[in-house]
Design a protein around this ligand. Sequence first.
Ligand code: FAD
Length: 684
Amino acid sequence: MSASNKTGATESVIVQLHINDLRTTDSPVLSLAHSQGKKHVTHFLPIYVFDERILPLDCIPGFSASRQTKNVQEMTSSGAKEKERQEEEDIKPLGQEDQPSRTATNQPATQDRDHRSTGRVGPRSRLGNFWRVGRHRARFLVETVFDLKKTYESKGGGMIIACGKPEEVAIKVVQALVKSGKKVEGVWTQKEVRGLAFLDSWNVLTDSLWFGLKQVTTEEVTLLRRLRHGLERSGVELHLADSKPMINPSDLPFKIEDIPSVFTSFRKLVEALGDDMVRDPLPDVNKVKPLPQRPASLSKDVFVLSGDLLRLDTLLRYILAPLIAEPQYGDTLEARPIPKTDEEWQAYTIPPLDPRSAHPFIGGETTGLARLDDYFGTLTGGKHGKGDGGSKAMSYKDTRNGMVGEAFSTKFSGWLANGSLSGRYIGWRVRQLQDRLREEGRLDKHVEGNVYWISFELLWRDFFYWTCERFSHEPSYTAKKNNQRKNKGQPSNGALPGEAGTASSLFNLGGWKEVLRPAESQKTLGDWKGFNLDDSKDPIRRLMEGNTGIPFLDACMRELAITGFMSNRGRQNVASFWGTDLYVDWRVGAEIFETHLIDFDVCSNWGNWQYQAGVGNDPRSYRQFNQIKQANDYDPDGEYVLTWIPELGQVDRRFVHTPWPTMEKALSIKSCTTQAQERQQAEQ
Ligand SMILES: Cc1cc2nc3c(=O)[nH]c(=O)nc-3n(C[C@H](O)[C@H](O)[C@H](O)COP(=O)(O)OP(=O)(O)OC[C@H]3O[C@@H](n4cnc5c(N)ncnc54)[C@H](O)[C@@H]3O)c2cc1C
């Protein structure tokens, strides 16, 4: 039996479960918690949970042991008694938690790490069995979380960092707070699927109906659903803040169900909003309410990081070690075994960033804001004051298709993906720079176009986000058929179409096209080819390893695996080659991108893959890139391919994109290049 939320309690807490909203600037929940309307709220408790379903956490000392203990406890009645005893109140001040004891369990619980011999083992993808989060995003994420904690602390607040399942941790934290006599005002987290009601000007919604909706980003939504159920038992409500897109959802000039299928139509409709397209960011919160006293029983129920684990380099080692022990396709990092002893852990070092990286950034809101200043110039007079600089933004459109170095495009995507920057804040910085340049008489049409193009690109992000929402209302054609078959024509009651990963049209082979143009989609579904990752000659494996013999594609894939970043130009070419030349299951491509990309975002990645593979919401039914032409257009001097394929150094630069006559033997290229050669000949 859970205690219910105390109404007469003197301490009142707002809990924020951070997921992909790892920031304090333009943070709706932080603003709400410190608003006039919440004056009676005495404490603010932000939580972040490293999710065991997507990250390998077994090396963290004590973590797998804590899970095993918990399981046993939950299975035995004596365990239940012990649990009750533990739940008795025993208040300890924050920061004085027990140190996790080092146990022999800081080895992965799952020893079978061979992604080809097992089913979906641990935090692995469904089709390729790749790590869900590769080493680059894992690093960026851990850095981001630590930076957020530091920022909260610098403003007088704090943050709990834990490991496990975010919804379970949040529920247990709330239960413990309620049991210790505190009033929990509610739990706020970022919305990941369509909500129905906006309750106040803070852009925070209490959405009582979303539970019944069909979902597209199924894992994200399942987490929210479980969280909501669990909180209900403590009489605490879950609130969702819709802060992902650049455009405020309630400003959209159409209903989500009516979002145009074509980007250009979407763009024209929202651009017609003019200056109202992007709202001003929320006011900064400079002094954050303190953390509540934490019931010590919590440390036994929940694996909260403490002691040495709150050191960035220590935690990075434990999270990255399994990923480094098994680098993914294309990564040239030498696999290193997971340390076994204390001494080995002490000596363990994290590989430095590759100096060739176009994304040489550390994760966190602090570095994200610094990158904004680097791009847009500084806001020297405060938010509305004069600024300085901004040359990168002023030449954005002219340079965004570059391939080498950090300057060619904004690189905001990693920060946007985990929410350490908000789309709205960036959109506002665009307007801010335009206003400043106008005042200074420097905003000619060319410069204006360059600066505006950043918002234009951000509209693509919004477009994929809203498109995901639109399709959350429509299960895929196959799912509909399966459902009907199972339920004899009746829609299944309370079914969660996407939960098994098969029904959501975002992850389905037939993509959104199955919903938009079912007849056309059904005709081509059977043509998709399979793959065999055990075969080193398999075209997909060669592509993932950057070993097709087509220099431009190989450079792109090597860059991705080695650094976690690939330019938009590269991504389009790789996805097009995968889906429209090789015609191999595009979802494996989306999975390997998901693994490697620092900026992985479920809607942008899977939506773009669909688009390039011809199963998405592209109005053109067929779109194919000519990789050789693209390489010559965007890497005319071969600087990019030479950066990633040094073995081409011997080749005359004129032929660096088509080195086959001279290099054929050396590179042992066959099937993939034949296609490219044929296409090149056909074009001549
Ligand atoms: C196959 C494929 C997979 C992709 N996967 C992702 C992904 O997982 N996460 C991701 O953020 N982007 C993804 N993109 C979109 C785009 O490639 C990246 O956003 C961009 O390369 C990131 O670099 P940047 O921040 O310097 O972009 P810039 O060119 O500076 O653009 C500014 C911002 O606009 C947004 N943006 C630009 N192009 C797109 C686009 N086509 N779709 C959605 N948003 C866009 C991003 O938020 C980006 O940060 C993918 C594109 C393709 C073709």
